[in-house]
Design a binder for this molecule. Structure first.
Ligand code: FDP
Length: 278
């Protein structure tokens, strides 16, 4: 497992440089979720593919940018599902973006998720590895990731990050979000899952939601590359992650690109979500 973590650290330095200096133009292609691909999406995907192809322990990779899984080493024990560049609609406005990795044993599915990693490309590059615990690292000037701290959520936070187009929200969801704001929570939403969740994790708690909406009945965020890896981080940090009713880490996708409504937060906020969706 450590060699996968090390490979991610190495490739993230390459991605950081690509983000800083390469063009932000779109390709003519759309990925399997229908998003128009940036040239950078494709480039980051290939960088990660190349890096993982050297690791004998990896049996297969599944990328948000690829239609199908890609086999690597027959005797490998891990499958890595990843979103090479999450929040790519923010690249051209120079906001923070990220990469997300879920490391699965033998086959994909929440039960088989052994560890997850995400990287935030902001003014600084930060990386969180969730395995036994959720640990924060920061890239230093020698291009090494230094351990900063173990992430632990409080029981209750102060921030609310409500995803999805409001006119497509269910009434009960709108009521929940309105009440949370009335209780004094502050809006923190950039439109990038990685920095938005990172903020909630580092500020000690709050709520990030991407619910089922009338235009996205099963939510927007993808289980294998986005939802499960972050659910794993939140649980390791002492928070919770549900689809409204059920733990996200109990769900089984039928297809590698399946999505799910999702709510990540500290225990108090998730209690409110449960009450709304029970
Ligand atoms: P993006 O489309 O820019 O790649 O992964 C999808 C994602 O970004 C998440 O990072 C983000 O949280 C979400 O979509 C934002 O969606 P909305 O624009 O609907 O709020």
């Amino acid at each position: 497992m450590n060699e996968i973590f090390d490979a991610i650290k190495e490739v993230c330095i390459e991605i950081k440089n690509a983000l800083a200096f390469e063009e932000t133009n779109y390709t003519q292609n759309t990925n399997s979720t229908g998003d128009t691909q940036l040239a950078l999406d494709v480039k980051c995907d290939l960088m990660i593919q190349k890096k993982f192809s050297k690791l004998k322990c990896i049996k297969q990779i599944i990328s948000e940018e690829k239609e199908e899984p890609m086999d690597m080493h027959e005797n490998g024990e891990y499958i890595v599902a990843y979103d090479p560049l999450d929040g790519s609609s923010l690249v051209d406005v120079n906001l923070s973006v990220g990469s997300i990795f879920g490391i699965y044993k033998s086959e994909v599915g929440a039960k088989n998720l052994l560890a997850s990693v995400y990287v935030v490309f902001g003014p600084r590059v930060e990386l969180v590895i969730a395995h036994e615990e959720a640990k924060l690292y920061r890239l230093d000037k020698n291009e090494e990731f230094k351990f900063i701290k173990t992430i632990k959520l409080n029981k209750k936070g102060k921030h609310n990050a409500p995803g999805g187009t409001q006119k497509h929200w269910e009434k009960k969801h709108k009521k929940l979000i309105d009440e949370i704001f009335q209780d004094g929570y502050r809006l923190r939403y950039s439109g990038g899952m990685v920095p938005d969740l990172h903020q909630i994790l580092l500020k000690g708690g709050g709520l990030f939601s991407y619910p089922a909406t009338s235009d996205n009945k099963k939510g927007k965020l993808r289980m294998l590359f986005e939802v499960f890896p972050f659910a794993f981080v939140f649980e390791k940090a002492g928070g919770e992650a549900i689809d409204g009713k059920q733990r996200l880490l109990e769900l089984t996708p039928r297809h590698i690109h399946d999505t799910s409504p999702c709510f990540f937060g500290s225990t108090e906020e998730i209690k409110r979500v449960r009450k709304t969706y029970e």
